[in-house]
Design a protein around this ligand. Structure first.
Ligand code: RM4
Ligand code: MN
Ligand code: MN
Length: 397
């Protein structure tokens, strides 16, 4: 590929690449052992919007902010006008709406899978309220992560819980507007350690199917057992038209929520490749939601977010360099080494100069991380927020 050819491909790919950032990535979080509070962490929804606006100003590709209902709209629908005012003030739109069914004391034995009909109803009401918030904010994705599960064999009926969950998801789906999409996330363990009611993509797929046509599966890259072939799951979901979106992050062991590509950048490249293959094969763009779900206990919040956004962009640019047509021909001719070299060749291409050029040509900072440091934003917010830094930790993402 000539230099010009590479540039054209990368520019075309980047022109349509955006990624959603999570409000909880800016607030103080921690491990179950300790919380190391950061003076610059956001402790209010205003501050989260301000931080998101700074990331978008520097990268140009993060126009939306994912919201967690309990943390960001504690008053539910009544908080919508406040969010709308923040959208205007900061030029950032509300992104996916994330109901929260994992924190309140009643949910100790589950939310929509709780044996108590009363508690299940409370959880369903929260899901439906969250759908209403999505409607009011014109947000497409209602993103469900159900933490329900049990810790010891024999203590809960996995079968009855399937039925309760189907019922709850169906009711939530029925409450959606036509423009809304319901995303069903899965996770093998944690907080439950014996069984999780939505433990893998097969369960999520079945549940999405039985809920209705607007339900799709959400893949969080940290929610798999080690060794799982995540890109194959992505390929299957694309094949069935059931891939709703991603929560991107990286991990070494489990749901570590590390910055993207810090451990295994090739993994993310392989996932992007499947998405680009789908676009090539289907002759159209599939539109799974690209979202970040990370939390950083030690790294500065803004720096970590910008690192992830820039890494996602670089890996997407690399994946765009795979010549899909040529690769398909090599694969069908079983030219193993040639196929592999073509694939790996794209991964090993240093795309950073092209990405930097793309940014400059679009009036953005050439190196957003460097620009963040030069700009003094972090120093300013550290100073301004210092007094609040010791406020209670609101989230444990
Ligand atoms: C979960 C899951 C959800 C996220 C919460 C905070 O492990 O990844 O998507 O909202 O954490
Ligand atoms: Mn997630
Ligand atoms: Mn997670």
């Amino acid at each position: 590929m000539t230099d010009e050819h590479i540039r054209l491909r990368i520019f075309a790919a980047l022109d349509s690449f955006t990624i959603e950032i999570p409000s909880w990535g800016f607030s103080n979080t921690g491990t179950r052992f300790g919380k190391f509070l950061q003076e610059a962490a956001a402790t209010s929804i205003e501050e989260k919007f301000a931080d998101a606006a700074e990331v978008n100003r520097l990268t140009g590709i993060t126009p939306t902010l994912a919201l967690h209902v309990l943390w960001d709209l504690p008053e539910g629908l009544a908080d919508v006008p406040k969010i709308q005012a923040l959208e205007k003030r900061f030029g950032i739109r509300a992104g996916s709406i994330n109901p929260n069914l994992f924190q309140e004391a009643e949910y100790k034995y589950g939310s929509i899978c709780n044996p108590s009909a009363e508690i299940r109803q409370k959880a369903i009401d929260h899901l439906i309220d969250s759908a209403e918030i999505g409607k009011a904010l014109n947000s497409r994705d209602l993103s469900l992560w159900i933490s329900d599960g049990s810790n010891y064999p024999g203590t809960q009926s996995m079968r009855r819980r399937i039925g309760w969950m189907q019922e709850a998801l169906k009711q939530t789906h029925d409450a959606l507007a036509e423009s809304q999409v319901m995303l069903v996330e899965y996770k093998p363990f944690e907080p439950a350690f014996y069984h999780t009611d939505i433990g893998d993509w097969g369960m999520a797929l079945e549940l999405a199917r039985s809920a209705g046509p607007q339900a799709k599966v959400l893949v969080d890259t940290g929610h798999h057992f080690l060794g799982t072939n995540i890109e194959q799951i992505v390929a299957w979901l694309l094949h069935r038209g059931m891939l709703g979106g991603f929560h991107f992050n990286d991990r070494k062991y489990a749901d570590d929520d590390l910055t993207l590509g810090s451990i295994d950048p090739y993994q993310i490249f392989r996932i992007f490749h499947e998405i680009l293959y789908d676009q090539h094969a289907a002759g159209m763009r599939s539109t799974p939601a690209f979202m970040i779900d990370q939390s950083h206990n030690l790294k500065g919040k803004l720096e970590a977010m910008i690192q992830t956004v820039a890494t996602a962009q670089e890996l997407y640019a690399k994946a765009s360099l795979v010549d899909q047509q040529q690769l398909s021909e090599l694969q069908d001719a079983c030219k193993l080494v040639e196929s592999e070299e073509l694939f790996r060749g794209a991964f090993w291409q240093d795309v950073r100069p092209y990405v930097a050029e793309w940014r400059t040509s679009r009036g953005l900072a050439k190196d957003p991380l460097h620009a963040l440091r030069a700009d003094g934003y972090v120093e300013r917010i550290t100073e301004a927020r210092r007094a609040n830094a010791s406020r209670a930790v609101s989230s444990y993402a």
